[in-house]
Design a protein around this ligand. Sequence first.
Ligand SMILES: [Zn+2]
Length: 211
Amino acid sequence: MTQTLPTPAQAWNRLLEGNQRFAAGESGQARTDQARRLHLREKQNPIAVVLACSDSRVPVELVFDAGLGDVFVVRTAGEILDEAVMGSVSFGVNSLNVPLVIVLGHQGCGAVGATVSALDGGTIPNDHQRALVEKVATSVLAARQEGKTSTFEYERRHAAETASQLIQRMPKLASKVAEGSVAVVAARYILESGEVEFVASHGPRLDTPEK
Ligand SMILES: [Zn+2]
């Protein structure tokens, strides 16, 4: 069953092609019709797990011109990690044998903005939103240690840090990345252009489509 799944590079390039259609205003290849629904009734074989921000401007399936059954999506504000998120990623990778995990940050992320503001002397939220700032703070601090000072750099660094954290905290995922059967990609969605920009990757090379 797993041999019908694409390689990590094929999955990444398929989603990139979908994103290029979306950015160009040429979406429409997503399979959402009744035949697709019926085909998926018994099982799913998504080609990627996507951990994205909950931001209403970053609807994952639309951004990748993906249809029913194509992507296994987990969303939290600021694409932060917790046990439920990692359990969801684990289900995708270890039970559905998905070959690709994408951590998708974005331009204008409110969680990153609130964290930068808090670190610079602004208000720290005193409700559940505090957890967002606490978790994004490690990424912003890491970026600053590397000399980065711009919002877009913080957003990129946070996606990269989150991708690294997934691998560090999920041993089965780490071994699949090491053996080359799964790639973990950090990326950032740009609101203005609609494009997903590559930030970093772990695991097999992605730049050679094997179609
Ligand atoms: Zn966001």
